[in-house]
Design a protein around this ligand. Sequence first.
Ligand code: PLP
Length: 164
Amino acid sequence: MEVGRDFNPLLGDICELVREYGVEVVAVAMTAGTTDEGNIDPVDEFCEVCRDTEVPIHVDVAYGGLIAPFLRKHGYRIPRFDFSLRSVYSITVDLHKLITPVPGSALLQRSRELQELATFESPYMPLGRHRTLLGTRTGGLAASTWAVLKVLGYEGIFRGSRGG
Ligand SMILES: Cc1ncc(COP(=O)(O)O)c(C=O)c1O
């Protein structure tokens, strides 16, 4: 695939592939905060360019999840990549990259209907249901992640996002 002068893939080309493969395309995954460079993909621009396809977008904000959402408030001009864009269906954030023990990941989904699509019956579980990938994992870390978020609050995370 060709890249542009900024070394990013050409959005129109990606969209052409989406059109070509049609319903075989489950989603396009984009990143807000790449691991090495912190690049933020032009999610908003892609949504615009590819609007007619209605392809769902997943945004990987694993690494940048506690920083990127605040950059505009710190005066940086960055692309939008959140649920204010109609095509963004899901977002992943890793709280364990900065503030909690591993694993402290979160999958955010646009609607309860989407959550239901990733929910399975598990009669042996206390709630009788299981979300996302089936497997045994500790709930303790989810609880500690929740507690850290409660303690820091929006202000604490905002302060941390500018580095102190
Ligand atoms: C951009 C990005 N996405 C996803 C991951 C996967 O993270 P993990 O396996 O810790 O959830 C990483 C890890 O560094 C990352 O930087």
